[in-house]
Write a new protein. Sequence first.
Length: 146
Amino acid sequence: MRRFAILALLAGLACLGGCNLVDQTTFGGKPQKPPPDLLTQALRPGSTLPLVTIVFNGGEVAYAQQLRTAVQMAEVRKPDAQYDLVTVVSAKGDPSDQVKAARAGESDAIAVADEMGELGVDPARMHMAARTDPNVGARELRIYVH
């Protein structure tokens, strides 16, 4: 009985010699590489896309998870990454209103920088700036990585 089982196994293995593995290419062309998302594009050297944009349009803004994911991805790709935290306020209206908005944005940037510090980013690698933009309605914090 044992001898018969061994012969059957050998015969079965001989039949498998002409078989191919079934995979995605068996039924069609090669799978397409997915297009890069904005986060991946923001992490490319020389990118002008922000890693994260947080819009402060009144009330509490839930950005912690998005920030955590983005910072972790950036740190994995470039452990010595430098971060620019840029407060962007509307260029419309009175200059004194722009200054008030920039001061509020400074508080936002400090809170976000503190959170980034809790994620392990050295404060020496974070740089803050502010600017105006005529296309911005609500105050924004844009985080760029380089």
